[in-house]
Design a protein around this ligand. Structure first.
Ligand SMILES: C=C(O[C@@H]1C=C(C(=O)O)C=C[C@H]1O)C(=O)O
Length: 313
């Protein structure tokens, strides 16, 4: 594809400070500071700037078409195998890599927004992909589902979290968007008590881009796949405590094996059950788990630690 070479700026142009100039100047470059600035039209030359934007749009469109072509190849080579096409750990790694190299005026939230749509369209190419969430279209889970998997991924709403879980368990839905477990959940047994592990696993926390440092996910993605480590993960564990295993004692047992809990929930009804989140990626055969004094301990999944949006200046 022939590229139009943009006209270099006039020697030492004196540009008055304006938002337009700020945006132009902030275009990231790979050049070192002592090299001349990249060849860009002068800020006052709107027609040339628009021409440059058209050239960039064409280049981006070409690359998006190339990317979709690669996804189609992947889908074709997968058709013969059994490897799952949904790999939330890889998706998180892709976003982290881009955020780590990101610079300039484009907000990090926009980078995530754009790539979430690109990745979701690639998922749709791999085969049917649809989501289930509890509540209404205005509810937190539905909004987070849309935010993560895009506006074009089909979403079916169910009246309760346990119906959502049944939908993903039966294969009616590819993924379930579940509310983050919390104290004082409604009367019906919480979904994490019912979840059919290890076949179903928590594989992502939403939103991936948190508005502030340390924010906890508001929802979890559950799917019939095995989570993969991303380098910065958290693991959810479910266990059946005895009567004497109060929350502090459960927390102390985890701390004693070098796995301090980030948070811990304990329910007594219908049976004693606890859910703990620990830092890091734990495999089911992790030897530390065998030394915990609990009856049944199961990994409910693992997810990539969220990234944060730009902090206010
Ligand atoms: C096409 C793939 O599947 C999905 C799509 C991805 C993408 O578009 O980058 C990444 C991870 C997968 O969830 C893949 O295996 O990379």
């Amino acid at each position: 594809m022939p590229d139009q070479t943009p006209t270099p700026p006039a020697p030492s142009p004196v540009m008055p400070p304006s938002p337009q100039n700020a945006a132009v100047e902030a275009v990231p470059t790979d050049q070192s500071p002592d090299q001349p600035p990249p060849a860009l039209p002068q800020a006052g030359d709107l027609a040339a700037l628009r021409g440059e934007i058209d050239r960039i749009d064409t280049a981006m469109h070409d690359l998006l078409m190339q990317r979709a072509g690669l996804s189609a190849h992947m889908a074709a080579s997968r058709a013969k195998g059994t490897a799952p096409s949904f790999r939330p750990g890889r998706e998180a790694a892709i976003l982290r890599r881009l955020l780590a190299r990101h610079a300039g005026p484009l907000p990090r939230g926009v980078v995530v927004r754009l790539w979430r749509d690109i990745i979701s369209s690639s998922l749709a190419q791999q085969g049917p992909f649809n989501m289930a969430a509890p509540g209404t279209a205005e509810g937190v889970e539905a909004q987070l589902a849309r935010g993560h998997f895009g506006l074009l991924t089909p979403l079916k709403l169910y009246p309760t979290p346990s119906r959502v879980l049944s939908a993903v368990a039966s294969g009616e839905a590819t993924v379930a968007i579940m509310p983050a477990p919390a104290e004082g959940e409604p009367m019906e047994a919480p979904w994490w008590v019912q979840m059919e592990a290890p076949r179903l696993q928590v594989v992502a926390g939403l939103p991936f881009l948190a508005t502030r440092e340390g924010a906890e996910p508001q929802a979890f993605v559950v799917a019939p796949i095995v989570p993969e480590p991303t380098g910065r993960d958290r693991t959810l564990l479910r266990l059946e405590p005895e009567a004497e295993h109060t929350r502090p004692r459960i927390a102390a047992a985890f701390a004693a094996i070098g796995l301090p809990t980030r948070w811990l929930l304990r329910r007594d009804l219908p049976n004693p059950m606890a859910l703990a989140e620990v830092q890091g990626f734990l495999a089911p055969d992790d030897p530390r788990l065998a030394s915990l004094p609990f009856q049944r301990i199961q990994i409910l999944g693992a997810y990539a630690e969220p990234e944060t949006e730009d902090l206010p200046a």
